[in-house]
Design a protein around this ligand. Sequence first.
Ligand SMILES: N[C@@H](CCC(=O)N[C@@H](CS)C(=O)NCC(=O)O)C(=O)O
Length: 291
Amino acid sequence: MSDAAEYTPPKVWTWDKANGGQFANINRPIAGPTHDKELPVGKHPLQLYSLATPNGVKVSVLLEELLALGHSGAEYDAWLIKIGDGDQFGSGFVGANPNSKIPALVDHSGDKPVRVFESGSILLYLAEKFGAFLPTDHAKRTECLNWLFWQMGSAPYLGGGFGHFYAYAPVKIEYCIDRFAMEVKRQLDVLDRQLAENEFIAGDDYTIADMAILPWYGALVSNLVYSAAEFLDAASYTHVNRWAESLYEREAVKRGRMVNRVFGDLDSQLHERHDASDFETKTQDKLEAAE
Ligand SMILES: N[C@@H](CCC(=O)N[C@@H](CS)C(=O)NCC(=O)O)C(=O)O
């Protein structure tokens, strides 16, 4: 193992803003708002405040899947939260999610607005509200929730652990990359064994567990995040690849991945979504051509 620079932690840690790293400008050790800013509210009961990161697209994919199934009550406005600019620290956003992270949803369909934060909680809330993508049989529902909670507990090792140290950290630290590559490969093997026996993560049905896991582990084996597929020998997880390839073909998954997207091809970016027709008329290639 290569030598890590010598570091003795001080008695009390202090915040050194200049510690470098890709997210140094937004990372902070305190919660709460940094500025006053109300959240916009559009015409639909469901208001999504998000960005097309793996956690963000879970929710826009579910909403597009619900609409594709004919649940017109799932029509929604999706507003862009630019986390690189600190929008998640505005007072309105902190009111919707005191944890200052996307995605956040506010449902205005009842007497009082209901705030929903944590992507797993949002998936469960919407699946229950519309009675879809969550089995009703108790054992099958439990299996679906097993995998939903598995994703919520496991993905921080992939994103905050492996992804951070492999792709984003200002120095490549062998100890950290080894530790998290080992864990991520173990997690991929967990999924591969499950998908060897089942068409979808929780059995025969496509559920919110698939929608939660796809943008993390499906994206990893498809080399859509961290450019790490070769490093992790992702091709060897054949069942995860089969599952991911088939889900990426779904029209609702394609649409959901475009919502609040600010990177990639211009025709794949729909910065805000307020109507189903926006996918045809308001992608960035069309908006920029019209300028
Ligand atoms: N456990 C949360 C994680 C959400 C999360 O980490 N969101 C990131 C983007 S993927 C974020 O908003 N980061 C902004 C920040 O950390 O300030 C969830 O699943 O909703």
